[in-house]
Design a protein. Structure first.
Length: 737
């Protein structure tokens, strides 16, 4: 049994803010008020009804599939931005529009960091110079992304050359394509963006195109500027006066002044734009501090400052890649035999991507891969918000890997894997800030750097296959011959070392407290931000697809998805293409775009909650090889096969580890062109099976917000290529990169 130290509470304390909206069993609550034992929540549909929940009740509710937590939903700034932009996150935007917003966000955040460092200001000459520099910076990053995408595409194409091609052939990667240096915005346009960004509380989606400002007005006289300064300073008040009210007061005072002087000395009242321009020239931190208070000012300006000491779990999460100094021969079943002699003698090092919580020192996520890439980074980010205890059990760990939270700030370097749009958008949609310290200063992520040193000295150096960083130090040391670990074995050992050894070791950074004990203490003392619900995970980490709507809904991987709202769309508009989002770890529901809104549709076949694409594809693939064609028309046969496959995962425990790659939209296209070609789930379904029949834990990867159940989903494993099938389309499939 997995054991671990816990206090009387037995689980982390969820931490909510004043403006959060929480949905429990379909009932929406607002105004969380913390008590000694939990929270008081006011029902949204009846402002006078208050419900009390203990910390334990809230923790259990957060595991329910219908749990929904919307941070800062009622925050006035967020409400205004949501009203003006029509969205509440980047993933709600169309792909092209999201790219435009992301470009604006890059320009503005880079400028704010240069400004905070004292390297520029808002003068016209300075803006011209810094905008050119920012354009160069973005161009260099795009070039780096292009090189990385090209290398990944080459590796992927080599390994998938024998696989059936998707409809339309193999497409080039969407991201990383460089078409040239993008010219920086004009100063006037940039200032409009900046004003909109700051007025929206630095929320990225407030930059969505909506309107353009008019040109500047006439120059002001010295006396008029005095009045502008006088009433501009009054804007800095906790009463939060509006520009309109201040302008009206200024009009009245100027009119009174004009009655006391001659006609030649009278002045025209400046417009409201003059007041706005004056306030924009003030310190943004000073304005926010005066109007919003210290706590909100610190939160909003965390993006341009080092911030206070880290004291809360999830307050700062550091991510980076580390080249594992260990040579692992690629001997995975089916892959090793496909390599020629030269390839078999080629030895490569593994890239270890990790996410570390600075306050506690706990590792919140990790992957192993051959190259540093953005898919690994997104996979690690998803692990940050998920309970990974099942993964730890698969590796034989005795301590739970239950550290999970919604991070407040994610700090990375400027590497290509960490500046890719989908990765940064995922951070922002989780409500976190993305901190990229200046290059060449690794000590700004010192906690993670010290962990990598510990990893090298206490784990990597234990193995015979260790290769020395300095080639000259190797001498006659036959590291290739002694590289006795495969990448799967290394991943399992690494997980167990992280969870059972590192998390329980006293740390100098924590005054001799272990990372796990620090997490338990702080998570129960100050609480954690609740991890995202299932709908949010699908939106943030799901894959984008496009499918045609028919009279039975939409079909993905042989499964039909339908809802009343989706049926109404078909009745109103007929057959049409729909944008979809699917979670590779949960086929129970998908999301589709209906106009400007995203809605959910449920799988028409039961028992697909928490079933992953890998488990489902393996089921159909095995049925096509071992059963006659008519067997595919029987739902009971399919369900029994799914249970058998999940239970058989005990024999291949090493495949469920941190060295696997996530399923992408390109993988889904290839599966539909191969394994699922011509297949549809039968309409007549068997009754739901007894949930106690399937108890395998190996097939299931981390599922955010899921209760432990027997419907176990497969992890994103790499499956072997079959060498016995005569039909290439009936072969097992591979998600390797």
């Amino acid at each position: 049994m997995i054991s671990g130290n816990r206090s009387a509470l037995g689980h982390p304390k969820l931490r909510f803010s004043q403006h959060d909206r929480i949905t429990i069993d379909g009932v929406r609550y607002l105004d969380p008020e913390e008590t000694a034992h939990g929270y008081l929540l006011r029902r949204e549909d009846s402002g006078k009804v208050v419900a009390a929940f203990t910390h334990t009740e809230l923790w259990e509710a957060s595991k329910d599939r219908n749990w929904l937590h919307e941070p800062d939903y009622y925050d006035p700034d967020k409400v205004r931005v949501r009203q003006s932009s029509g969205v509440s996150s980047l993933h709600e935007l169309a792909e092209k529009e999201s790219a435009r917003v992301y470009y604006k966000w890059q320009v503005l955040t880079r400028f704010l960091k240069y400004e905070a460092a004292g390297e520029t200001n808002r003068g016209e000459r300075q803006l011209e110079a810094i905008l050119e520099q920012i354009a160069d910076d973005i161009y260099k990053c795009e070039r780096a992304r292009a090189v990385l995408a090209k290398e990944e595409a080459k590796t992927r194409n080599k390994r998938s050359s024998a696989e059936p091609k998707s409809k339309g052939g193999c497409k080039s990667p969407r991201v990383g394509t460089v078409i040239g240096r993008v010219e920086p915005p004009k100063i006037r346009t940039f200032r409009r963006w900046l004003a909109k960004f700051e007025a929206g509380g630095l929320v990225p989606w407030c930059l969505r195109d909506s309107y353009r400002n008019c040109g500047a007005g006439p120059r002001l006289s010295p006396k008029a500027r005095e009045y502008v300064a006088k009433y501009g300073q009054r804007y800095l008040s906790r009463r939060k006066p509006s520009y309109a009210s201040l302008h009206l007061d200024m009009q009245m005072e100027i009119a009174k002044y004009n009655t006391t002087v001659g006609k030649a000395e009278r002045i025209a009242c400046p417009g409201k734009d003059a007041l706005r321009a004056y306030v924009r020239g003030l310190s943004r931190f000073a304005v926010c501090l005066a109007r919003e208070g210290e706590e909100k000012a610190k939160r909003l300006f965390a993006i341009v400052s080092q911030g206070p000491d880290v004291v809360r779990p999830g307050q700062r999460v550091e991510m980076d890649h580390y080249e594992v100094d260990l040579m692992s021969l690629l001997k995975q079943d089916g892959l090793w035999n496909a390599l020629n002699a030269e390839q078999q003698t080629r030895i490569g090092r593994m890239q270890f991507c990790a996410a570390l919580d600075v306050a506690t020192g706990c590792i919140l996520g990790a992957t192993l891969s051959e190259t540093a890439n953005s898919r690994d980074a997104r996979q690690v980010l998803r692990m940050v918000v998920a309970d990974k205890t099942l993964l730890a059990k698969q590796a034989g760990a005795e301590t739970p890997w239950d550290q999970a939270c919604r991070p407040e700030t994610v700090a990375t370097d400027g590497g290509a894997a960490f500046i890719e749009q989908d990765f940064v958008s995922a951070i922002l949609d989780l409500g976190a800030a993305h901190d990229v310290p200046p290059g060449g200063l690794p000590w700004l992520r010192g906690t993670l750097e010290r962990f990598f040193e510990t990893l090298h000295t206490k784990f990597i150096s234990l193995f015979e296959g260790r290769t020395f960083g300095d080639y000259l130090r190797r001498g006659d040391y036959d590291s290739e011959g002694l590289a006795h670990l495969t990448s799967e074995e290394l991943a399992l050992l690494l997980v167990r070392w992280l969870v059972d050894v590192y998390h329980n070791m006293p740390s100098d950074d924590l005054a001799a407290e272990s990372p796990r004990n620090a997490w338990i203490r702080l998570s129960q003392m100050v609480g954690i931000r609740p991890p995202p619900d299932r709908s949010t995970c699908r939106a943030v980490f799901g894959e984008r697809l496009t499918r045609v709507l028919g009279n039975s809904g939409v079909k993905v991987l042989g499964l039909k998805y339908q809802s009343e709202a989706l049926a109404k769309v078909f009745l109103d508009k007929g057959s049409m293409e729909l944008d979809l989002r699917i979670d590779p770890l949960d086929l129970g529901k998908i999301a589709y775009r209906d106009g400007r809104a995203w809605k959910e549709a449920t799988c028409a076949s039961p028992d697909f909650d928490d079933v992953s694409i890998v488990t489902w594809a393996k089921t159909v693939n095995d049925l096509k090889r071992t059963h006659a064609a008519e067997a595919l028309e029987s739902a009971p046969v399919i369900y029994r096969a799914m249970d058998a496959i999940q239970q058989a995962r005990d024999a291949s425990m090493a495949r469920a580890n941190i060295s696997v790659q996530p399923v992408t939209s390109q993988d889904i296209e290839r599966l539909e062109a191969g394994v699922f070609f011509g297949f549809s789930m039968p309409e007549k379904l068997a009754p739901s099976r007894d949930v106690e029949e399937s108890q395998d834990l190996l097939g299931r990867d981390f599922i955010v917000g899921a209760r432990p159940s027997s419907r176990v989903a497969d992890s994103e494993v790499t499956l072997p290529s079959s060498t016995s099938s005569e039909n290439p389309q009936d072969d097992d499939f591979s998600f390797e990169r």
